[in-house]
Design a protein around this ligand. Structure first.
Ligand SMILES: [Zn+2]
Length: 167
């Protein structure tokens, strides 16, 4: 069933909720409806897909687990050296483990098998390879979820509220 993106009063994405809860928030005057998908809960009550709270909510920072899946996701399943996108992806330690490189968002990138093998036990500079960008810790776990819904086409209208949340 349809999900609703909830924005803070500051227009920053806050969370994703069910349409039922979103309708209640709008109905109680706690949120305003920014987008709807042309469907109606009942006549005169459009089904929202994005709402904005009328009051500001403070959110504690939520750590995203450093996992293979999440790193692939951050890198859009694309080799960060040659842009290859496909099934044969691996994780590369930018500074190799044997040379003190750690497990972190800043030191792990998605790499295809070919690039990983040809880089070997060297730094990108030594191997003459260039990273597409500096690897970062993702902004928030909500961003992952929102981007998944935008890229899958479930909620393309959410895209404009996540500009600036990238990475
Ligand atoms: Zn590659």
């Amino acid at each position: 069933m349809a999900k609703v993106l909830v924005l803070n009063a500051s227009y920053e994405p806050l969370n994703i909720t069910s349409w039922q809860r979103a309708v209640i928030l709008v109905f109680k005057g706690k949120a305003e409806r920014l987008e709807h998908n042309g469907k109606f809960v009942y006549p005169g009550c459009p089904l929202p897909t994005v709402i904005r709270l009328r009051y500001y909510v403070r959110v504690p920072y939520k750590e995203i687990p450093l996992t293979r899946r999440n790193i692939f996701y951050r890198d859009a399943h694309t080799c960060q050296y040659c842009n290859y996108s496909g099934d044969e992806l691996t994780l590369d330690h930018v500074l190799p483990r044997s040379r003190g490189g750690g497990e972190s968002w800043e030191n792990l990138v998605t790499a295809c098998v070919r690039c990983n093998v040809s880089k070997g036990n060297r730094t990108p500079q030594e191997a003459g390879m260039v990273l597409q960008g500096r690897p970062h810790r993702p902004h928030s776990s909500l961003y992952f979820e929102v981007r998944r819904c935008v890229t899958s086409g479930t909620h393309p209208e959410w895209g404009k509220y996540t500009i600036g949340l990238e990475r």
